[in-house]
Design a protein around this ligand. Structure first.
Ligand code: SF4
Length: 639
């Protein structure tokens, strides 16, 4: 029996008029699933290319997926989409969050929330009991995102869930984040969009507590299997280790086997501390103080409070250091203690300068590329090979992982979840190479995963360009499904399993759980077709916004010419090669000719025009997107 996993409603709030309306989810769900898929379709329909990121007409779209609010499976993540001022040129962008806010929105009766317009004064939204109130936020304006959240919870009760932006968002800084309950934060510059709308926070309180499952018996059996599949979750390797000052803080509806924990510092301050955000200042602080300290924790919380993205700040910091060393900037001209990177004083000064646009902060507020352009050619020369084109840190870059060149080239921002599917498996393989106890991801297992998940065993040889086009396509389709359902990156896909005889995962698991919950039987290929459609929709959005085919599909120019010396995440730069060889990628560049070759192959596999990389009418029609093709055709954006 088919059962709907949706609330059936999307809430729309126009801050200019103060009106809240509802539209049916079913207008989007059949083709675009939920989460990022539905958000992309709303964006396509409502944000013309000429709209600027900070214009009132831009949309800020908060969306849950159809599997959100179901227990155990880690599917209550949520996304925020909109045009981002952090991208150059401005583009559609997305951000993925954990915690509990998304589940609460669904329990409050909405699959998604679309905010547009601009309030005439600072406001916050309160969504509860089928009502939407627009309330005065003057007393919250200027407060840190965490302080604003806690003030609202103190006033309205601890059960409400809050998403807020900090001073960086209010000041429309390109590095501005959005911060939710449980310190779930989202990058991509969308905090600035929130600030541009004079929207400080969104408070939700849900009444509903569960959603129907088409086959409850099968779901219970599935959970037994799922718990085994994710037991000893290999994703728990990142970030903060367990310790006396930490406690688990899983997102809603999750088995919670990752390292998502709250840390309590000696001064009593506590907060989420995991993964990239917990690591971004660690090496510098350790070097400055000569020993591990709590400074990396305070640095992360400062960023959360002021609403500054740790990833883009990380690369800005490196660029500032290089400019300082080269004598282009000084402590006097910037007001930042540039000679003390790693110190608490330095990070406090930098975060406040950027978030509050104080002095030199006005130069930094548009992001690193714009700041470099303002300072001139010498400052631009300091931008070398450690950036992506979206000004993010070049984690998992393609001189080490060739397939990632295609993943990066096709996206408006660094597609970390797509890259993780490949790189985290290699991380576990490295443990096997180093003979760490319990390591099980062998060369044979990499080949099995490549065959089942990435289209062919050719993808298991990381030293060649063969099989990488098909690998990238498979990863993109699956990950677009994942971010639309919305499944957590730390649990999905299940490529390898510690507690199974052959250790091989199953690429059909997502379709199985979707079928069990909804009662609509769909197989792996059927579900991935949604991913292909959503990816093609994003491609259409990007074409409309200026990312037009082959020439735009590129990566950081320095990667084609500068031999790899260092990789920020995988210092050894080791990958699996042919017939079990262990290959070191140090000294490699991304071969431009071969990169163009895999683009040819990729476009052909996608059913796009090989010469131009533009989408075709036939492909879009096959995906049931004739309406999208029509728009592209009118704008001469089809092959
Ligand atoms: S695995 Fe961790 S990050 Fe993912 S949903 Fe669960 S608790 Fe959240």
């Amino acid at each position: 029996m088919a059962t709907s996993p949706y609330t059936g409603k999307i809430l729309r709030v126009d801050l200019s008029t103060g009106k809240a309306t509802e539209t049916p989810t079913e207008a989007y769900a059949d083709r675009f699933l939920g989460g990022r898929g539905i958000a992309a379709k709303i964006y396509w329909d409502e944000v013309p290319a000429a709209v600027k990121a900070l214009d009132p007409e831009n949309r800020l779209i908060f969306a849950m997926g159809p599997l959100g609010c179901y227990p155990v499976i880690g599917a209550s993540r949520w996304v925020v989409c909109g045009k981002s001022p952090a991208l150059n040129p401005e583009h559609f962008c997305y951000s993925n969050f954990g915690g509990h806010w998304g589940a609460e929105l669904k329990f409050a009766g909405y699959d998604a929330l679309v905010v547009h317009g601009k309030a005439s004064r600072p406001v916050y939204l309160f969504i509860h009991d089928g009502k939407t109130e627009i309330r005065d936020a003057s007393a919250l304006w200027g407060k840190g995102a965490m302080d604003a959240r806690e003030a609202l919870k103190a006033e309205m009760g601890s059960s409400v869930k809050v998403v807020a932006t900090g001073p960086a968002g209010e000041n429309q800084v390109a590095l501005a984040t959005i911060l939710a309950d449980n310190d779930a934060s989202g990058s991509g510059g969308l905090g600035a969009v929130m600030g541009s709308k004079n929207l400080k926070a969104i408070v939700v309180r849900g009444a509903k507590k569960s959603f129907p499952i088409a086959d409850s018996q099968r779901y219970r059996e599935f959970l037994d299997t799922f718990r085994v599949l994710r037991k000893g979750n290999p994703m728990s390797i990142q970030g903060l280790k367990e310790g006396p000052n930490t406690k688990k803080d899983p997102c809603y509806g999750c088995i919670g086997s990752c390292s998502r924990r709250v840390y309590r510092a000696e001064n009593g301050q506590s907060g989420k501390f995991m993964c990239q955000a917990s690591l971004f200042y660690q090496a510098r602080a350790d070097k400055f103080y000569g020993k591990p300290t709590e400074v990396p924790f305070f640095a992360t919380k400062l960023c959360d409070q002021y609403g500054v993205d740790t990833n883009t700040l990380d690369v800005m910091l490196l660029w500032l250091w290089r400019c300082f060393q080269a004598g282009i900037i000084t402590e006097e001209t910037t007001g930042i203690p540039l000679s003390k990177p790693g110190s608490l004083e330095f990070i406090e000064s930098l975060v406040k300068t950027v978030a509050l646009r104080q002095g030199f902060g006005e130069v930094l507020a548009g992001g690193t590329f714009k700041a470099a352009a303002q300072l001139g050619p010498k400052a631009q020369e300091q931008l070398t090979d450690y950036f992506t084109l979206s000004a993010q840190r070049a984690d998992y870059e393609p001189r080490v992982y060739i397939a990632n060149a295609l993943l990066l080239a096709m996206e408006p921002r660094m597609p970390i979840q797509q890259m993780h599917e490949i790189t985290l498996l290699v991380g576990r393989w490295l443990k096997w190479v180093h003979k760490e106890p319990g390591a099980f991801v062998s060369n044979d297992l990499i080949r099995d995963v490549a065959r089942k998940f990435w289209g062919s065993e050719l993808a298991a040889d990381f030293s060649t360009y063969e099989g990488k086009a098909l690998c990238a396509l498979k990863v993109q389709d699956r990950q677009n499904v994942k971010e639309s359902l919305v499944l957590c990156d730390w649990l999905w896909p299940i490529t390898d399993v510690e507690f199974a005889d052959d250790h091989v995962g199953d690429p059909a698991i997502e379709s199985k759980v979707f079928s069990i919950v909804t009662g609509k039987e769909v197989d792996e290929a059927g579900l991935n077709k949604f991913g292909e459609r959503i990816f093609n929709l994003q491609r259409a959005i990007m074409a409309r916004e200026g990312h037009r085919g082959r020439e735009a599909d590129t990566v950081t120019p320095a990667w084609f010419t500068t031999p790899l010396k260092y990789h920020p995440v995988q210092h050894e730069c080791l990958v699996p090669g042919k017939d079990g060889a262990v290959v070191c990628r140090k000294g490699e560049v991304l071969d431009k000719q071969k990169f163009e070759g895999i683009k040819d192959e990729y476009y052909a596999l996608r059913g796009w025009d090989v010469a131009t990389g533009l989408q075709t009418k036939a492909k879009l029609a096959e995906l049931g997107m004739g309406d999208v093709a029509e728009v592209l055709q009118k704008e001469e954006l089809l092959a």
